[in-house]
Design a protein around this ligand. Structure first.
Ligand code: C2O
Length: 629
């Protein structure tokens, strides 16, 4: 496969992040190792010369980096695929052979003494994300003396709790500046691990805990220590964070799916940088694109329920769909998020952040998100969804790969000691002595209830009498006319300007079955893969994916079965302005094909619809395919 790519060296590719190393002038045929190059951020493009020679600039082992431009003239800095860079050698025929750099080892914690200031764009609050340097690191031990703490829904907490909760943050905000437990330091932890403060040990790639399988466990540990620190402030080991129950579409008062009053009415829990248009009683839009759709409450609730069902139940039947893609030592960061990380996680961030701020601070940009105390309640709900997901059965279980289980992080604990933890110790909240108030998750069953009648589907293609777009007709009338974009090949890309539709071939399941012998046929999940998604990392962008609805556009409602999932970019400023984020979007579609009655067809029609702010930023994709997981 690599060799296949190599033969195409030298082909121009306006947005390619694939690095081309062709030949090396005057150097031995040994390894080409990119070591720490001080200011070389990850997102430069290594471009091959058409002569198939890589010119070497100031350093014999440093190929030349150049920026490239998109058609629109905007700088696109694609990230290097480091796995292809580290080791290079030549085959007997003189063709370069580049091996995967992935070390097949778990991610290690960063060296806190090697912190760089995050590169933040104009308009960003000045934040130094670096953490206090530790004297020593201790290994995490489970504390069996801890009482079981119950995290309650934020809309249901009582006055006594609110008083303590507010007091805890007041104390946290007033700690001395260099205390790692101080609230501003706690917020910096999040910035440091997502905005390029640390390099992954022994690489020159930034350590990033979003957009990969590290997302859920890292945030669980982050909340765990934050909660323990709050408990310490109060001298109350029973203290637990609340969770913001935005997935709950109940109409009973107090509403769970609005900004909880506790974060508005209490000075230490209030953050001024929140969207003024999204105050109660405005309902959360779990599919928020950076622009308000103005749905009536009933339609908003239906869309939210459908999104939840989609992202947690039907679209996330396998560990990799739910957790996101593998990220091991030596891998380029942020390979691709799981369903929930995109939405509702990312969408609620952007919905909460202040749209009048340049970067949707605080919640709407990763570097500043944790400066708002609501961050921790938002993530408590995300964390709760991990436990809900595991309770749904089938293959919905934790990842068993040792490179996930043994990945390690460091956090300051309630005693201001630096503690090393691993993913494998975060899998049971029971062992961590906390649990969640049982609030019910009605969206789990949304599939069995009739989908809302939506007259607004008019304008999208065939609509049957019950208001649900009729897949069979769409298939019959349009399949022939729709072209196949096909899977990723060098040189091909598509900039999404408005809706983009493509026919996608369904491969023969048998081939995949052989690779996954331990998985039964019924359990083998069909996955739609949008390859080579590339967006400016510092801009909000979103596109929605529809199956079998060729004419879907940005007016198409999301509470219909054809809606299959979303790609969401929460501004990621530390990557630097103008830098691109690259990712793969994977969406489980097995249930959906069944629901739409098209599981026996050989092709499906996929429509990608840029939404909201996403319509204004260049979104590029490189391929669409279906595989089995
Ligand atoms: Cu670390 Cu909600 O992001």
């Amino acid at each position: 496969m690599f060799l296949g790519k190599m033969r195409k060296f030298g082909l121009g590719n306006p947005t390619s992040g694939v690095s081309f190393l062709s030949s090396f002038q005057g150097t031995s045929l040994g390894n080409v190792c990119h070591r720490h190059r001080k200011h070389q951020r990850k997102s430069k493009v290594l471009r091959a010369k058409s002569s198939q020679k890589t010119s070497l600039k100031d350093d014999k082992n440093q190929p030349e980096f150049e920026q490239q431009r998109t058609e629109s003239g905007r700088d696109i800095h694609s990230s290097i695929d480091r796995r292809q860079l580290l080791i290079s050698s030549f085959t007997a025929a003189g063709l370069p052979l580049i091996s995967n750099q992935s070390l097949a080892a778990p991610i290690q914690p960063p060296d806190l003494t090697q912190c760089q200031k995050a590169a933040l764009p104009p308009g960003a609050k000045s934040v130094n994300c670096c953490l206090p340097e530790p004297t020593k690191v201790i290994d995490f031990q489970f504390d069996s003396s801890l009482p079981m703490r119950v995290r309650k829904a934020a809309h249901l907490v009582d006055a006594a709790y609110i008083k303590k909760y507010n007091q805890a943050y007041e104390l946290l905000r007033n700690l001395p500046d260099n205390d790692p437990r101080k609230f501003s330091q706690q917020a910096s932890v999040h910035c440091a691990f997502c905005d390029s403060a640390f390099l992954q040990p022994n690489t020159n790639d930034f350590l990033e805990i979003h957009n990969s399988w590290l997302f859920f466990p890292w945030h669980r540990w982050y909340l765990y220590f934050h909660e323990r620190i709050l408990a310490k402030m109060l001298n109350d080991d029973t203290f637990a964070l609340p969770f913001w129950n935005w997935d709950n579409q109940s109409v009973a008062s107090p509403l769970p799916n609005v900004l909880p009053a506790v974060f508005i009415e209490n000075p230490s829990l209030l953050d001024k940088l929140r969207d003024p248009l999204h105050q109660p009683p405005t309902l959360v839009d779990l599919s928020y694109s950076g622009q308000d759709e103005g749905l009536d409450p009933t339609s908003q609730r239906a869309a939210n329920n459908n999104l939840m069902y989609q992202q947690v139940v039907s679209g996330a039947k396998t560990p990799s769909l739910f957790f996101g893609q593998a990220y091991r030592a030596g891998d380029a960061n942020a390979p691709g998020p799981g369903t929930v990380e995109n939405a509702p996680h990312g969408t609620v961030h952007v919905w909460t952040g202040d749209s009048s701020q340049p970067n949707y601070e605080d919640m709407g940009a990763l570097y500043s998100a944790a400066s708002d105390p609501i961050f921790f309640a938002h993530h408590a709900n995300v964390d709760r969804l991990w436990t809900v997901w595991k309770s749904l059965g089938g293959r919905r279980k934790d990842i068993t790969d040792p490179d996930w289980l043994n990945a390690e992080f460091v956090f300051y604990d309630e005693n201001a000691s630096l503690v090393k933890v691993k993913v494998g110790d975060a899998l049971s909240i029971d062992k961590l002595s906390y649990t969640y108030q049982n609030v019910g998750n009605p969206w789990i069953a949304v599939n069995s209830s009739p989908l809302s009648k939506s007259s607004s589907v008019a304008g999208t293609k065939p609509v049957s009498s019950n208001g649900v777009a009729s897949p069979a007709t769409a298939e019959a009338t349009l399949l022939e006319e729709i072209e196949e974009f096909g899977e990723e090949v060098e040189g091909k890309f598509k900039k999404l300007e408005g809706s983009f539709r493509s026919k996608v071939k369904r491969p023969v399941k048998d081939l995949f079955r052989k690779l996954k012998s331990q998985i039964t046929d019924e359990e083998l999940e069909e996955v739609l893969v949008i390859q080579g998604v590339e967006v400016p990392s510092d801009k909000i962008s979103k596109f929605d994916v529809f199956i079998n609805l060729p004419d879907a556009d940005d007016k198409t409602p999301l509470n219909i079965p054809e809606f299959a999932g979303s790609f969401v970019n929460v501004p990621h400023l530390g990557m630097g302005p103008g830098m691109n984020r690259k990712a793969t979007l994977r969406i489980g579609i097995g249930d959906k094909l069944e629901q739409l009655g098209i599981k026996d067809l050989s092709d499906v029609i996929v429509t990608l619809v840029p939404k909201g702010k996403g319509k204004d930023v260049p979104i590029v994709i490189k391929g669409i395919k279906i595989e089995y997981d």
